[in-house]
Design a protein around this ligand. Structure first.
Ligand code: ZN
Length: 137
C-alpha cells in the first residue's frame, strides 16, 4: 500500500475563478507510483471547492450564474456581523463540494470521457492550496 501526499497552490487574480487541475493531479498520481487505487483531491479552505465536470466554457459560466442566483454576493448575511464579507463564498463552496475522490486504474486517472477535475475559487486573490492524497498499490 502506497500513500503519497502532495499539494497544489493557487493565488487567483479574480475573486471567483474555476481552474482545471486534471493534469496536475495526474502528474501527482504518476509520481506516487500507485497503479490501482484512488486520489483524494480536497480544498483546504472554507471558501474554495473541488468538483468534477465538463471542461466547457459555456457550462463553467452557467455554473457561476447559477451560483450567483443561489448565493448572491453583497447580501446582508449574518456571517458579515463577524467583520467578514464572504458568506456567499462559503455557501457557493458548499454547493459545489469541497473534495472529490477519483479512481486510478493502470497508473492513470480513470475518469469518464468528459470528466475533468476543477478547483473552484470563491474568495481568491490570496494564497490557497489543495491537498492531493493518492492511496493504493
Ligand atoms: Zn468567512
Amino acid at each position: 500500500m502506497i500513500v503519497h501526499t502532495d499539494y497544489l497552490w493557487f493565488n487567483t487574480r479574480k475573486r471567483q475563478e474555476f481552474i482545471r487541475v486534471t493534469d496536475q493531479v495526474a502528474a501527482i498520481v504518476k509520481a506516487s507510483g500507485v497503479s490501482d487505487g484512488t486520489a483524494l483531491v480536497s480544498a483546504m479552505h472554507i471558501t474554495s471547492g473541488v468538483y468534477v465536470n465538463d471542461w466547457e466554457d459555456g457550462l463553467i459560466n452557467d455554473f457561476q450564474v447559477w451560483l450567483e442566483k443561489l448565493a448572491p454576493a453583497g447580501l446582508d448575511y449574518q456571517h458579515h456581523r463577524t467583520g467578514e464579507d464572504n458568506a456567499d463564498a462559503h455557501l457557493k463552496r458548499t454547493i459545489m463540494g469541497h473534495q472529490v475522490v477519483v479512481p486510478i486504474t493502470g497508473a492513470k486517472l480513470d475518469l469518464g470521457p468528459w470528466e475533468q477535475i476543477f478547483y473552484a475559487e470563491f474568495d481568491g486573490r490570496r494564497k490557497k492550496r489543495v491537498v492531493v492524497k493518492v492511496m493504493g498499490i
